[in-house]
Design a protein. Structure first.
Length: 368
């Protein structure tokens, strides 16, 4: 009889300990969009099963079935107290998931499977799914900033002008991929007309007026594909980098292209960079804006602000953000083009000055 009660007590204790061990596992949900990004997602369930730490995580994989489904799943996960929600997809899927868990205790994980992967690249999340899963296994969580444009959250960049216009054209192109994007840039770039913007920065007395090709507000450093629109931007300072690109000619385009790739755009003479927590922008007519590359038509008034430390994200513990240095060879090309452009601008200024002097002389001569 004593043995019976001892055995019963042992099993009761065993199952109690087992239950506590199971409860100690973090609950993690992988949200996978099967219709976007790269072919890696076909193999993803098997990779997750193989590489996830089963001792640390109790995991589930959920496939999206319609537009906006990722946001619905993530919101439900946050309400159920799921520890981590992993967005498996491109920047659009990541935005859907991330905006649904801001200001909650649920953390965002990323397995990048898109064409641009802007946020993943900025946070040094490997593009190899196996390595990305290994980052998730480490579960190093940091509270980071995110932005809001007209009540729409963004995590990398938002903007208006040419990049929003191209995003809008790209979205309606019917086919995706970098070649379609480049085709739209080349097709529309030369005929796009810059707009006039009034930019009002919080705590500044007077709004500033700019004739600009585009205005981008950056929480992170790049659009994606290592195109660094704001090379100094960070998700930990409570500020956005506001990039104002002035109108430029075909002669300026090579240097701007090199500077975007080389993380030296802030040194370009056609670029003005401001830092702000909150800005208001007024333009003369309605048009497109984009948030993390997704375009939407909106009115003449645009409000953008930063929500400081508003989202928990699993980061790479070895390097929280991309701090890679510019390429010295590309630097040399950039300086070469910059010198040529400076000389050309000086010649143009001298030419305009000579034209002005000639007009004055002609007026005086006609009076004689």
């Amino acid at each position: 009889m004593l043995f019976y009660w001892m055995k019963r007590a042992f099993f009761k204790l065993f199952f109690l300990i087992l239950h506590r061990i199971i409860d100690m596992k973090r609950k993690i949900v992988f949200i996978l969009n099967p219709h976007s990004g790269t072919d890696n997602k076909v193999k993803m369930p098997k990779l997750i099963e193989e590489y996830i730490n089963h001792e640390a995580f109790d995991y589930e994989i959920v496939f999206t079935e319609y537009a906006g489904h990722a946001a619905d799943i993530a919101k439900d996960c946050a309400s159920r107290g799921i520890d981590i929600v992993v967005a498996v997809g491109g920047d659009g899927t990541i935005n859907e998931v991330a905006r649904s868990i801001v200001h909650t205790n649920t953390s965002l994980g990323i397995i990048p499977c898109g064409s641009g992967n802007g946020l993943a690249r900025h946070l040094c999340i490997p593009l190899d799914p196996r390595k990305a899963i290994s980052i998730i296994n480490k579960a190093c969580i940091e509270s980071l900033d995110y932005g809001v444009i007209n009540d729409l959250p963004f995590f990398c960049t938002c903007g208006m002008g040419f990049d929003a216009f191209i995003s809008y054209k790209f979205a309606g192109a019917g086919k995706r991929g970098p070649m379609t994007y480049i085709e739209n840039v080349l097709k529309e770039g030369l005929k796009y007309k810059p707009e006039t913007y009034e930019v009002e920065i919080e705590d500044e007395k007077e709004p500033m007026r700019y004739n600009a090709f585009l205005i981008a507000c950056a929480n992170a450093s790049q659009y994606g594909n290592n195109a660094y629109i704001a090379p100094k931007a960070t998700m930990t300072d409570g500020l956005m980098d506001v990039i104002i690109m002035e109108p430029f000619t075909a002669f300026d385009a090579p240097q701007i292209s090199i500077d975007i790739i080389n993380k030296t755009l802030d040194k370009n003479s056609k670029i003005k960079t401001l830092k702000a927590k909150r800005i208001h922008i007024h333009r003369s007519q309605p048009g497109a804006i984009h948030f993390d590359g997704d375009p939407i038509m909106t009115g003449t008034d645009i409000d953008v602000h930063i929500e400081e430390r508003g989202i928990k994200i699993i980061i790479n513990p070895d390097d929280i953000e991309d701090h890679s240095l510019p390429n010295p060879i590309l630097n040399a090309f950039s300086e070469f083009f910059n010198n040529i452009n400076n000389v050309r601008e000086d010649i143009e200024k001298q030419g305009k000055r000579i034209q002005t002097i000639n007009k004055v002389l002609l007026r005086k001569l006609t009076r004689l």
